[in-house]
Design a protein around this ligand. Sequence first.
Ligand SMILES: [Cu+2]
Length: 478
Amino acid sequence: MLSHTTLAFLVTSSATVALAAVVSSDIHITNAVLAPDGFSRDTVVAGGVFPAPLIKGNMGDEFQLNVFDDLTDSAMDLATSIHWHGFFQKTTNYADGVSFVTQCPLIPGNSYLYDFSVPGQAGTFWYHSHFANQYCDGLRGPFVVYDPNDPQASLYDVDDETTVITLADWYHYLSTNAPAIPQPSSTLINGAGRYSGATTNPDLTVVGVTAGKRYRFRVINIACDSYFVFSIDGHQLTIIEADGQSTQPLVVDTLQILAGQRYSVVLNANQSPDNYWIRSIPAGGTTTGGLNSAILRYDGANATDPTTSAKTSPVALVETNLHPLVASAVPGTHSPGEADININLAVTAANGLFLVNNQSFTPATGLDGCPYELWKKLHEIHLEQVKNDKPSFDVVGTLTTVFQDIQRHGVDPKSDFAEGWMCPIYKKGERSDIANYRPITLLNTDYKLLTKALAVNLGREASCRGARSSITFAWPKQ
Ligand SMILES: [Cu+2]
């Protein structure tokens, strides 16, 4: 059967918003050895599985997703952050999850509470690591916001975790070892697939249906790179949603779906109870030997591979034929170049970089962005701790150097650290004293010991107050 892990949720009613709820969950990011296509590799995953567990809620809900960085495998990235793909995050940028843009990444042993609401948004979304290329190592999963008053509810009978279909590319090397032009080793449908040249053929995903019922399949391309042409033998697909936008129903045989895109399609299980190939074909791919495939199995059908064929002249999705269910007003005159303000974006490439109007994004480094140098140092210290249970080098000396560096750069702590991460340390009874210090956030309670050591060394008393698992050390200004 289709297997989707669903996060254990704590859902509580909110007194302030009618019908809205708070959806709370702890999400642990860990390293795991997985073999979704039969080939074992180290991964970075949420909840220990690929794809990551389904997160679900209803339109208008508030999500409180507490992400824990429990990573230990330094062959891959140890820092992390999570982006919730498709949500507007109006007034909640801090929950958007983009490392070095809207937040500093988490480092091992820390957690970060992503707290956001999704007013007016319902449909099919997903979530993934937004630190370097880490999501290619496995940290990606589905996110569905149901509309209890879905205007298209009459078009389908089943819409639950069994009808979520994730399409992924999969790599047999770590993202940290990827070649300049990565090529996927296989593709996975709901976390199962086969690769070319394998000596054993692992089981493919089976999507079960009952004859006479109509299913809302939420198809999500969670690939790092690949696009897929998706189809189900013997059945038409009625598209009713694209990327969180309800659409007027559009009947197709196949649809091309690019990385990050989502479509809801209604499948009417109106064929004879049997097995049918589900195909998700990347560029240049085939479905020979069960590659890029899963199985649609009717109740009562034998547990065997399908013998069906793809349609020879399928009706493919033409995106311009898709129209929103409810037209939204568009400002300006509805023709090219007639907007109130026209902004030209010339996208080019040079020296391996993409450029927009001749500019390329440069991630913030050093103390101008995230306190990267500090972050790296703390990271090293933490690694030492992970390995040895206690640091094997001169912690006080190292931290002193780091702090001096920071002092030299004149970092404004307010702009460098989200306030919620602060847990100020100050001399007992001298809270106002903090103004004379540059607080440095030493993430994780593990650093309490280090901080105390340093505090003792400096003859200062260390204490920690605050809700989060971070600790701030105040270094005196000169
Ligand atoms: Cu995304």
